[in-house]
Design a protein around this ligand. Sequence first.
Ligand SMILES: [Fe+2]
Length: 229
Amino acid sequence: MTALSVPAASVTVRSQDAAECAPAEVKAQAVEHADIAGRVDQESVPARRARDIAVINSAGQDKPLTLLNLPGRDLDQEELLALASSIAANPDALAPHIAFDDEQRHYVSLHRDTHVDVWLLCWTPQNDTGWHDHDISSGAVAVTQGTLTEHNLAIGTPSIETEIHAGSAFSFGPDHIHRLTGRDAGSVSVHAYSPPLWRMGQYTLGAGGQLRRKSVSYADELRPLDDMA
Ligand SMILES: [Fe+2]
């Protein structure tokens, strides 16, 4: 098993706009898309607030939050970020759980109690969660190996993509809707949620483009549903 490496954090932002070379009749729409993309900022896309795992851990070094000293209550986003980052910085403990599967995304529960659950997820470029929310839970994602792509669903513009590279972590609230895919083969991430995941919302598109939410169990593997365009 290759040891996990945690290089300096970086985030790559990618827009799906394609105004250049577009026919005249679609240029106005493309400009509108560009305008919407220009309003996308760190507040509206949590992944664009991704921080360096090493910096997060350094800031909390006096009292690191780990699985051994959880406070016995629900965690806020900053605490989830600290917890995911401290776990991500211990590659020797994660290595035995790492495996990859193009068909069924490999994931392992690292911890679950009444206030928080923590998962290790392994990604290939074929792995895709589909669009989903986390019901009432806040969450944090720390990428320890490779690169993930976070997609944010947007109305009136193509979805927004943000790449999260190894060494970066971000958090989000229960209002967050996203889709995660593995950009690189061999990508690994640590996810922490509070309160623990129980029900989640998975989104599908009907034949007419109407959006539907399906409530699913946290124990189900998230993947694009059949009728999702
Ligand atoms: Fe998620």
